[in-house]
Design a protein around this ligand. Sequence first.
Ligand SMILES: C[S@@+](CC[C@H](N)C(=O)[O-])C[C@H]1O[C@@H](n2cnc3c(N)ncnc32)[C@H](O)[C@@H]1O
Length: 249
Amino acid sequence: MTDSKVKTVDKKIDVYERQAVLYDEIYASQGKDYQEEARQIHNVIDSHKRSDGSQLLDVGCGTGGHFPFLSKWYKVEGLDLDGHMLAVAKRRFPDISFHQGDMANFNLENQFDAVTCLFSAIGYTKKAESMQKSIVNMAKHVNPGGVLVVEPWFSPDQWTVGRPSAVFVDKPDLKIARVNISEQRDNVSVINFHILVATPGKVEEFTELHELGLFTKEQYLRGFEMAGLKVEHDPKGITGRGLYIGLKS
Ligand SMILES: C[S@@+](CC[C@H](N)C(=O)[O-])C[C@H]1O[C@@H](n2cnc3c(N)ncnc32)[C@H](O)[C@@H]1O
């Protein structure tokens, strides 16, 4: 995903792709419910969208966890910056179109009835100006009458520095321990995951650095305003992080 230091490298398997594979194991172990989230996202889209079509683009799609469920209602496409996450997504869903690009400046020369940006992918833009530029760019890919749904990262007042976190995967042939403490530099949250992975015959050790901007509600709303969208904020959203729903007239 983002910056990564690797102390033990399996030469046969691309280690960054390995980390993308671990992504699914880690969030499955945490009970992340992609099916229920997709159902709620569909309800939000369905109750706001005025366009007739059902084309959906998921920006920052990662390994595509929402796709098998969103596909019930939409013709889905995915976009992500990270080639390793996309490689996993393409392997899982060979019939879906995926694009590699940066949410701030991709151009698919196509418009969709819904554009989604979920699980705080927007936070990776780090700076408010880049976040707003990304919202404007995603909005360009929305059809008139379509919607842009953004699930934000935490705001500065929701972030506590120094808090320890841990996630464990305990399967017969796969053990993962991922720990970190929450850090902050200016208005950027810093998460340096320390990851231990045990598989038959070996233990690997990684660090994986994630830096996400801590943006205020006003900064998000300003992004939608700059994009010319009418916007609603649901403070709870689908996972408790909130949801911004923009409608293009
Ligand atoms: C927390 S993951 C969320 C993945 C997926 N939406 C999910 O719900 O599992 C964040 C994703 O955003 C992607 N990402 C980060 N910065 C990006 C950018 N500037 N443009 C597009 N994707 C980006 C990362 O590569 C990663 O796959």
